[in-house]
Design a protein around this ligand. Structure first.
Ligand SMILES: C[S@@+](CC[C@H](N)C(=O)[O-])C[C@H]1O[C@@H](n2cnc3c(N)ncnc32)[C@H](O)[C@@H]1O
Length: 482
């Protein structure tokens, strides 16, 4: 971040504007709207600034700028079309330690002004740090159409209740929950349908309810965060991440995903990192239960889907045993994400009629698997947590009848910028993993579909994903199976 975002309080404070043309006029309007005491210095004056001066909204000094003009001002804006004057204003302000913006001239500016969406008192400021002002304006246009016109009025109504709410609801969690209810859409609707009085009445009623029976209930959301790409989060997952007081997250949840959660939510990593002190599942269950029992709203954020090799079932059991409420938010499981981002259809009418999600995590699970049924052709196997067991997978499948030339794909760090796709045949599986130093997290896909994917891989490359290994033409393969 090159610039520190801030909103300045200018009411009653001295501000200086150098220049009095059309652009300066727009700046003058904004400064006056923010309550600034404005002085304008310019040798010539446009119609708009003249009118503001004549109606005593600002003080006009009709002469050239001189360095001493900046003294006594909190903020300076230069909006002239003379680069020498712009530079002189910038130097004078800098010498006096005053923030100065020279319009369209970031090199001479110690601050820049953002594009804004103004629904006073709600103001959204957008900045590209000077890198792409047109993009910032495009974002502003999109936000303009997203934010309802009444949002500013809603904020004004809410402002009138702040001190009363602080008096009546002593507990900070309780206050936050109260305001979340105010802003969850119902009061906005009341405001639109019935006007400010109706909205004030509805808030008063909510406040009475909240102070008579404070909402101290904790809740858990078991949320699937998807396999890595933050754009694969569901809307429901995002909502849960924003409601939460605490985000309890796995190791596989990426920093980009975590960054989308509520900023002031406490984040507790409970990942089972290889080689580090592990949080046992029992410890995680205990922590989850104790947080929810203490009235916190906990987002238990898990990689992929919480109910697919995510031990979500055990966490739900612990919550149910403790009589605590929970919700489950499904996520895109690694098999689906990795397959999609490497162009592999998990099923295909001509090549695979079923898909089996399985793990060959430990020796026990390898021994318990039904290899004769897994070795049947025209099905896809998607293996989780199996990198260490590739030799067992390869040998058992071949021993039970899968041919050694069955296509396989190993997808490491699927859907992330680090994604690698390594393709080959079942008989080469161990060799491929060793040769490419495959490491967790990796998904193994076995079956005819594993050699598909040319088109989709190209799309992934466009998105900056590294795709390694051989790919085949999807259409050609389709033809082979018809
Ligand atoms: C404990 S399981 C969690 C699975 C998760 N609940 C899901 O639905 O995807 C972890 C395994 O999922 C697979 N996995 C998760 N994220 C992955 C990714 N981005 N790329 C490849 N495999 C991934 C790997 O096999 C990894 O060892």
């Amino acid at each position: 971040m090159d610039y520190f975002p801030a909103f300045l309080r200018l009411d009653g404070r001295n501000c200086l504007l150098v220049g009095a043309g059309e652009v300066a006029g727009r700046k003058a309007r904004l400064l006056l709207d923010a309550g600034a005491k404005l002085t304008v210095v310019a040798p010539h004056c446009g119609a708009f600034v003249t009118e503001l001066a004549q109606t005593n909204q600002l003080r006009l000094v009709t002469r050239n700028f001189c360095a001493s003009d900046v003294s006594g001002h909190r903020l300076v804006i230069a909006a002239t079309n003379d680069p020498a004057v712009q530079h002189a204003v910038s130097m004078a302000a800098e010498e006096s330690g005053i923030f100065c913006n020279c319009v369209d001239d970031p090199d001479n500016s110690s601050y820049i002004t953002p594009a804004i969406v103004d629904r006073g008192p709600i103001v959204v400021a957008i900045s590209s740090g000077g890198a792409a002002p047109v993009l910032a304006r495009k974002i502003r246009a999109q936000l303009e159409s997203l934010l309802p016109a009444s949002i500013g009025r809603l904020a004004t109504v809410a402002r009138g209740w702040r001190s009363k709410v602080n008096e009546r609801l002593a507990d900070a969690f309780g206050r936050r929950r109260f305001w979340e209810r105010v802003f969850d859409g119902r009061i906005a609707k009341t405001l639109e349908d019935g006007g400010s009085n109706a909205a004030h009445q509805a808030i008063a009623q909510l406040l009475t309810e909240a102070s008579e029976s404070p909402d101290k209930k904790g809740e858990a959301w078991l949320v699937g965060a998807g396999p890595g790409d933050p754009e694969l989060l569901t809307l429901r997952a995002l909502q849960a991440m924003h409601i939460a007081d605490v985000i309890l997250h796995d190791r596989l949840v990426s920093d980009e995903v975590l960054a989308l959660g509520r900023r002031d939510a406490e984040r507790i990593p409970v990942g089972k990192t290889p080689g580090c002190k592990r949080n046992s599942q029992e410890q995680i269950n205990e922590l989850l239960v104790s947080l929810v029992a203490s009235g916190r709203r906990v987002c238990r954020l898990k990689g992929g889907d919480p109910f697919i090799f995510g031990r979500g079932g055990e966490e739900v059991e612990a919550l149910v045993a403790a009589g605590l409420p929970y919700h489950v938010v499904p996520g895109i499981t690694a098999a689906a994400g990795c397959a999609a981002y490497s162009g592999i259809p998990l099923t295909h009418r001509d090549a695979s009629q079923s898909v089996v999600l399985l793990t060959a995590h430990g020796k026990d699970s390898v021994d318990r698997l039904d290899w004769p049924s897994l070795a049947r052709d025209r099905q896809t196997l998607a293996l989780y947590m199996s990198v260490q067991r590739f030799p067992d997978v390869m040998n058992n499948l071949i021993a039970h009848g899968r041919t050694a030339d069955t296509p396989v794909a190993i997808i490491e760090n699927g859907t992330t910028a680090e994604q690698r796709v390594i393709r080959g045949s079942l008989g080469q599986l161990t060799m491929l993993a060793e040769a490419h130093n495959v490491a967790a997290p990796a998904m193994l896909i076995v079956g005819e579909v594993a050699s598909f994917g040319h088109d989709q891989s190209r799309w992934s490359e466009d998105r900056g994903l590294k795709i390694k290994g051989q790919t085949n033409d999807l259409r050609q393969h389709s033809a082979n199976y018809r």
